[in-house]
Design a protein around this ligand. Sequence first.
Ligand code: ZN
Length: 344
Amino acid sequence: MRATIMHKAGDVRIENVPDAAILHSTDALIRVVRACICGSDLWPYNDKPAEGPSQPMGHEAIGRVEAIGSDVQRIKVGDLVIMPFAYSDGSCMFCDEGLQTSCKHGGFFGQPDPGGAQAEALRIPQADGTLYPINATDDDALMASLLTLSDVMGTGHHAALMAKAGPGKVTAVIGDGAVGLCGVIAAKRLGAEQIIILGRHDARIALAKAFGATDVVSERGEEAIARVIALTGGQGAASVLECVGAEGAMETAIGIARPGGAIGRVGVPHYGSVAGGMRGFYQNITIAGGPAPVRAYIDELLPDILEGKIQPGRVFDRTVGLDGVPDGYLAMNKREALKVMVRP
Ligand SMILES: [Zn+2]
């Protein structure tokens, strides 16, 4: 079968690899109907060293179940399923608590084991706990939005929850990528009224406004902090969604959080320790977040998509086949595309 393999920075290829197959009795095999390229895929695209093993790419998908292992009971052959970016057994103490990304028998897609979703097919470990069957056709008009439940919409929701976004709370969202934009949707959905987007790309800002952002801050660093403070009556934001993962973004988050505020960080951190520790301490700022347990959020978010209340699928602005995936990485890296959908 054909799959996307990252060899080193800037070198991502479509290659012939051994067919995905059932290995364990709890596995399922899916034919990938939709996948996509994630902002976090751009980190290895920019800095993966030439040494070390190559990496199968892709951790977001909707698929059609082609086969199941002998112990799979809930998932059936023929089901159309959302594949969260982490697999999980659905039965351990952390899964019970809704923290499937810490599952005792879990792990992440887009690794040599179990493989990546930017491919024709994929083995799904712990199929019963991982996959979420949906009623839709392969060409459903809602497919783009449904695909965001695999990662970015659930991740934006997680950022908003960790930042304690809600009615009457000023919310700031750092980052105008797909996760940041979904963070705007999530904050609005949870009742936030003033939502400040920190970003600088015109098309993305326009989308942020369509999703509910009320103020735009395009400055960076200290200037950005001063602008947010000014926009919030000198207090800062009660809820800050950090959707980038860069050290500077975290510094900004600490700088714009009001005393007693909360930061929800969901950008994969590209820093060793959290910046701004002194201000964070003296102003009693909560720093929370991590990989979103998106599996836990599908129950809550899916009805809003089906009813048309939220349209996170608008973050996709380009669609490619597998052969177009390398160009998709290039386009996202050059900020010519916001988020690229893949139809294998
Ligand atoms: Zn578990």
